[in-house]
Ligand binder design. Structure first.
Ligand code: PLP
Length: 443
């Protein structure tokens, strides 16, 4: 029985009874039998999630065939390599992009993007405080300043109103992180970028296969960045892709991932300076094959996450992960929020109870927003120093930064792991477990 149904029934009983006392007695009896039916697994009751998730086999024949053809090659270097060429072609099918550069990680892809847009020391880049630190590593290495904007309480993505408040004459770019594969409000972020002459970079590291209003993420902003690290929807162990359709930045992506060398240029003289972020052919072979799996993985994960939302809806005190109905979120994870005033337990106990029910749950995501980490609090990015701050080029003070919604998201959210090998019945049993635990602890 949903809490809504249960409420209706109580209201009905109350109205239909000859006395309120009787209604109270019936209500007490009902909640007694309810609690007997729903003995928590953590107290020795039966688990709500009885099935186990079939083992996920993430690579197989497709990858094997590519690796076999790679072994026959004379060169394993990326430039004009057959595997890299195939990887780029497969990427373009997912994300139509004129300029595509494969690289060694998602962090590398983001660093290349920031380098290609040519930020100057002290230039500011507005982004999310709830993300992988790889989102801002490149900004800091280019002597830029990550500026953290607050988030929407239900999508966990950038709140465009707060982004607008964080824009200053020093702002050069926005990095929109599609957290967990949930597309950001790109129309509003793009509108801000256009109005203030900023570059919109999309961090799609968690968003393989995600669509914003039907359009692949990574193609709405000026530059799209992807990760192929082990934990992402598709992987080659470690890897990344950076792509653009913009003539200002696209032609620079290759050289900023390749020691500043423009391999199409003549003369071999260095006109720009960069590090080596190249991806070799063995990685590209696996990555090319993995990209053929994106559509299937993405549609499966989208369906599972949406099904979970449908079944969590209506549980008092539980706020599902909000996805725009016209978008495709590919659920790198699913995260709902607890309104703790509805419960007689804290989040730790709620998650413990859920885990005992067999749910792959954990508390929150990262322990603190990025700016809460010691290296930010101490402004100690370069051997304990931050030259642009020491020399007065920025006066950013991360000890004074506070994004209250982001902080409250991290304190009240529960993360559920989603795997494409899960069945819909399995995610329904996860929702059943949440309902059971929520009912048990309801105030
Ligand atoms: C994983 C991730 C990165 C960094 O990717 P790596 O390949 O691990 O360097 C950047 N941003 C987000 C949102 C990520 O999830």
């Amino acid at each position: 029985m949903s809490s809504q149904e249960s409420l209706n029934r109580r209201a009905f009983i109350a109205v239909g009874s000859t006395s309120l006392a009787l209604a109270g007695a019936v209500d007490a009896k009902e909640s007694n039998s309810e609690s007997r039916d729903s003995d928590l697994a953590i107290h020795g009751g039966p688990k709500a999630v009885k099935a186990s998730v079939p083992k996920l086999r993430r690579w197989g024949d497709k990858e094997q065939r590519r690796l076999t053809s790679m072994i026959e090659q004379d060169s394993l270097f990326y430039w004009k390599g057959p595997q890299t060429t195939q990887l780029i072609e497969n990427f373009r099918k997912l994300c139509p992009s004129k300029y595509v550069m494969s690289c060694s990680s998602g962090t590398a892809a983001l660093h290349i993007a920031v380098a290609a847009l040519g930020i100057q020391p002290g230039d500011e880049v507005v982004t999310s405080p709830i993300t992988d630190i790889g989102t801002v590593i490149g900004v800091i290495y280019q002597q830029g300043v990550p500026v953290f904007a607050d988030l929407d309480p239900a999508t966990y993505n950038l709140d465009p109103d707060d982004v607008a408040r964080k824009i200053t004459p020093k702002t050069k770019a926005i990095i929109a992180v599609h957290l967990a594969g949930n597309p950001c409000d790109l129309a509003r972020l793009k509108e801000l970028a256009d109005r203030f002459g900023l570059v919109l970079i999309e961090d799609c590291a968690q968003a393989w296969g995600a669509h914003y209003r039907g359009q692949p993420v990574g193609t709405v902003g000026h530059i799209g960045c992807f990760s192929l690290q082990q934990s992402k929807q598709v992987t080659c162990g470690d890897g990344g892709i950076v792509a653009s359709n913009d003539e200002r930045f696209g032609p620079k992506l290759q050289r900023f991932g390749d020691k500043g060398l423009d391999r199409l240029g003549t003369g071999g003289l260095f006109e720009s300076f960069a590090t080596n972020y190249r991806m070799s052919e063995p990685q590209a072979a696996v990555a090319a094959a993995q990209l053929e799996r994106v559509e299937e993985i993405a549609s499966k994960r989208a369906k599972l996450g949406n099904r979970l939302s449908e079944h969590l809806r209506g549980i008092q005190g539980v706020e599902p992960h909000r996805i725009h109905p016209e978008d495709r979120c590919t659920f790198w994870f699913y995260m709902f929020r607890l309104h703790l005033d509805h419960f007689r337990c804290d989040r730790t106990e709620f998650v413990k109870a859920l885990t005992a029910e067999g749910v792959p749950a954990s508390a929150g995501y990262i322990p603190v927003p990025l700016y809460g980490n010691p290296v930010f609090q101490q402004h100690g990015f370069f051997a304990g120093h931050w030259p642009i701050r020491d020399y007065g080029i920025t006066n950013m003070d991360y000890t004074k930064v506070s994004c209250s919604t982001a902080e409250s998201i991290l304190k009240t959210s529960v993360r559920i792991s989603i795997q494409e090998s899960m069945s819909e019945a399995y995610v329904e049993s996860i929702a059943e477990a949440v309902r059971k635990v929520a009912r048990h602890y309801r105030v």
